[in-house]
Design a protein around this ligand. Structure first.
Ligand code: NAP
Length: 282
């Protein structure tokens, strides 16, 4: 069994490499192996390696820049590259694993989103991820499309890998005694180690192809999330709850984007996973 992981030095990608390590021959590619924007080079390398499974953990993730001056880069990576990968996987009979986000939903529903709910993105980033989903579904490839939210874990080793909210908060607390956090945006934090293992189980348990929602269980606002980080880490910082509207950001965020998982066993509560991560990062 040959497994190719793209974005292997990103926050999630590096955990996927570990979770799939004993399943077969792993190729872990990052930007230094191939710039995925170069379509011909990417397809040539994939054809030469010819994996049985392709896991795409690479993405354009800067939500606010996507809304302003980098919409084209976001669309290229989150939509066009995904469509091209899916078409290749269909032709070459490769199973594709791809990741999407709670931000494909508008956040208006008050009891969370199930796998079959209709996306309705309210940001450019969300639109580019949703277009990627549609191109994947239209391709006819065998796929696992995994929607997830608010990832935390060890920061990726690649140049542009995103720092998680947890690490950003702990960094901020080194220079601030009081931190304001948004209370009217609610979703489920997810530990990348738990997510990567759950993706591996899709294969071990021979789950049917399709869309899956995988997050740690429970949900919280950014305010509750931040407070929990500081209390578990023993960092003495005062926190204030504020409305999202008091932080003017270019991209709109959904108010309530909890992903309901109706197909798989639930993962452990996010607070428990957070505690483990904080212990491990010491
Ligand atoms: N982080 C979250 O809170 C969150 C929430 C919901 C869904 N997701 C989804 O989960 C998946 C994993 O996210 P993550 O947080 O692990 O992201 P990440 O840490 O930012 O990693 C993304 C990786 O993609 C690579 N990449 C981007 N453009 C590339 C290109 N042209 N060629 C080669 N590599 C390229 C980046 O490499 P460079 O560093 O070199 O640019 C980076 O290593 C993504 O699909 C994301 O949309 C994430």
């Amino acid at each position: 069994m040959k497994i190719l992981i793209l974005g292997a030095k990103g926050m999630l990608g590096q955990e996927l490499v570990k979770a799939f390590a004993d399943m077969g021959e792993i190729a872990a590619w990052d930007r230094s192996t191939v710039d995925m924007a170069r379509a011909d080079e990417l397809s040539g390398k994939i054809t030469a390696f010819m994996p049985d499974i392709l896991i795409n953990a690479a993405a354009y993730n800067n939500m606010d820049k996507a809304e302003t001056d980098e919409a084209e880069q976001a669309k290229a990576m989150n939509s066009n590259v995904v469509g091209a990968l899916a078409d290749m996987c269909q032709i070459l009979a490769i199973t594709l694993v791809h990741f999407s986000t709670d931000y494909v939903f508008d956040g208006i529903k008050t009891d969370g989103y199930v796998e079959t709910d209709q996306p309705n993105p309210i940001s450019v980033y969300g639109e580019t991820k949703y277009l990627g989903e549609r191109l994947l579904r239209m391709s006819g490839a065998e796929y696992y499309l995994v929607r997830t939210s608010r990832l935390f874990g060890r920061s990726g080793a690649s140049m542009g890998a995103k720092k998680s909210f947890v690490d950003s908060m702990l960094e901020l607390a080194k220079t601030k005694t009081e931190i304001s956090l948004v209370e009217d945006e609610v979703a489920s934090p997810t530990y990348v180690v738990d997510l990567a293992r759950a993706v591996r189980r899709l294969f071990d348990d021979k789950r049917p192809f399709g869309i899956y929602h995988i997050t740690n269980s429970g949900s919280c606002s950014w305010y509750e999330y931040g407070k929990k980080v500081f209390s578990l880490a023993g960092v003495p910082v005062a926190t204030t709850a504020v409305l999202g509207s008091s932080f003017p950001r270019p991209a709109k965020r959904p108010a309530f984007s909890v992903l309901k998982n109706t197909k798989l066993p639930q993962l452990r509560p996010w607070e428990e996973a957070l505690q483990e991560y904080l212990r491990e990062r010491e």
